[in-house]
Structure formats: structure tokens, C-alpha cells
Design a protein around this ligand. Structure first.
Ligand code: ADP
Length: 264
């Protein structure tokens, strides 16, 4: 049985096709999120990569910010539950998930059997999210994937004191005009996101093993700064940005299994 999960985020659409609830058959990512053609492109992209048609898919489950708007889905589930299911599948030992996406950050606690037990979320402020990093990368004319390379070379990270993205933007521009070292500036930007996320994580309470999911998990600069802030090792789940879509595909599989058990 094939089930498909689609995570329609603020910046990116992600799809995963799961075979028999066990194996990832294909995945796709389009850097365009809710309100764009991105979700449909990701959907058709993953079907074509798997060599499957819509009729071959038993369940299509949508999650993410735009989950209610996707006509191809026959079910939907919250991002919190989907990230929980996805990360538990990928890293069964994980007990704390730190998910930083394009417009929010969540800290999710899992019980020993992988069930969501608690969460704390920042969805009110762009600081401490991917949006903050996107804005800063844009000012510095760097690709988002380059930030970790610069941060790794830093000798003395610059402290970004503004807690608001708009003011921090002015602060970074002012630092640039003073010819501050770019590596130190990028490290300071990563530190700023980590400090905000660590405050969330402390509210939720940290339990090992701590894993990051979401697009920002790929930024080694943020991961390292977060580990320092928390005094705990912070792992990046493989395919971190796909964890919501994976969890949605798992949820579809569980739903179909339940339905067929009732049908017997
Ligand atoms: P959403 O679901 O809200 O669209 P995602 O979990 O897909 O969010 O994460 C999007 C964010 O991930 C972007 O805002 C960007 O900052 C970050 N990101 C994406 N790709 C990379 C990468 N290769 N390296 C570092 N950060 C990345």
C-alpha cells in the first residue's frame, strides 16, 4: 500500500510517498509554499519520481500551514502530530524535537512510545525562525545553505542585540557598514536564532535525545549554537525538512489500516 503525505509550509512544499508504512518510496520538495503552485508541483513531482499515479495512492494526507487548501487530500493532520510521527519513525530514540520552519518554531516532547506529550511554539514573531535567516542571508547576499560555512569560520561572533527582525536587519546593515567580519556576523545571526529557540526549549523542558527537524535543521551554525545554549547534543534528523510530510504519510497509513480492520 502506498500513502502520500504533503506538508504545505509557508515557504516550501514537501511530499513523501511511503510504501506499506515502512519504506520511503520517493520524496519531492518545491521552494514555494501555500497559496502558490508549489503544492501541486510537489504532488505531481513525487508521483512521477515513484512512477505512480494518483489512483495507486491509498491515502493523501495534508499537513502544514496550507493543509486545509489542498483539494487532492483525503485527510489532514496538524504539523505537531506529523513532525512527532515523522521524527519518531526516523529517530525512535528522540524524545525532544526542535522544529524550525519558515515562519514558526516548535519544541515537541515525545513520550517513550513516540506519542506527543507536550509542546511549546513561537508562531507570533519572525525572529527565531527561518524567515529571520532568510532576511539576513538576503542582506548579506548569501545563499541560505552558505550560512553554516561562514558561521563555522567565525572567531568572535557578533552579538545581535535587537529582538525584532526589522530592527535586527538595521543592526546587521549597520555592522556591515562598519566592515565587521562576515563570518562573525553570520555566527551572531545563527546565535540569535539559537538563543530564542533555546528559551522555547527550556519552557518545554529538554529530554534526550534532542533532534532538529524542519528546514533550519540543515544549518549547522544554528545546530551548534543551540547545542551550546542547551548544554546538550543536538542531532539533525536525516531528511529533516521532510519530517512533516513523512508523518502525514504515516498517519494516512495508520488510518487505512484502521479502516481495513473495521471492515473485516
Ligand atoms: P515551512 O514548512 O514553513 O515552509 P521549512 O521547514 O520547509 O518551513 O523550512 C524553511 C526554512 O528552512 C527556510 O526559511 C530556510 O531558512 C531554511 N532552509 C531551507 N533550506 C536550507 C538549507 N539548505 N540550509 C539551511 N537552511 C535552509
Amino acid at each position: 500500500m502506498y500513502t502520500l503525505g504533503i506538508d504545505i509550509g509557508s515557504t516550501t512544499s514537501k511530499c513523501v510517498i511511503l510504501e506499506d508504512g515502512e519504506r520511503i518510496a520517493a520524496k519531492s520538495l518545491v521552494a514555494a509554499g501555500t497559496g502558490t503552485k508549489g503544492p501541486m508541483e510537489a504532488f505531481h513531482g513525487v508521483l512521477s519520481k515513484a512512477g505512480l499515479a494518483r489512483a495507486d495512492i491509498s491515502a493523501v494526507t495534508a499537513t502544514g500551514y496550507g493543509r486545509a487548501t489542498f483539494g487532492e487530500a483525503d485527510g489532514e493532520l496538524s504539523e505537531l502530530s506529523c513532525h512527532g510521527k515523522g521524527v519518531h519513525f526516523a529517530e525512535p530514540d528522540c524524545r525532544t524535537i526542535i522544529d524550525i520552519g519558515g515562519q514558526d518554531a516548535k519544541v515537541i516532547r515525545l513520550s517513550d512510545n513516540g506519542v506527543l506529550s507536550d509542546f511549546v511554539m513561537n508562531d507570533k514573531c519572525a525572529a527565531g525562525t527561518g524567515r529571520f535567516l532568510d532576511v539576513m542571508a538576503n542582506i548579506l547576499q548569501l545563499g541560505i545553505e552558505e550560512l553554516e560555512i561562514y558561521a563555522a569560520r567565525a572567531k568572535s561572533p557578533v552579538r545581535i542585540s535587537s529582538t525584532c527582525t526589522v530592527f535586527a536587519e538595521s543592526e546587521v546593515i549597520s555592522q556591515l557598514s562598519q566592515n565587521v567580519n562576515i563570518d562573525d556576523l553570520v555566527a551572531g545571526i545563527c546565535d540569535s536564532v539559537a538563543a530564542r529557540t533555546a528559551a522555547l526549549a527550556r519552557r518545554a523542558g529538554i529530554k534526550d535525545k534532542v533532534c532538529m527537524s524542519g528546514g533550519v535543521a540543515q544549518n549547522g551554525g544554528v545546530r551548534l549554537a543551540l547545542a551550546k545554549e542547551l548544554g546538550a547534543e543536538v542531532f539533525c534528523v536525516a531528511d529533516a525538512q521532510y519530517m512533516g510530510a513523512l508523518g502525514a504519510a504515516i498517519a494516512g497509513y495508520e488510518r487505512k489500516r484502521k479502516e481495513s480492520a473495521f471492515a473485516v
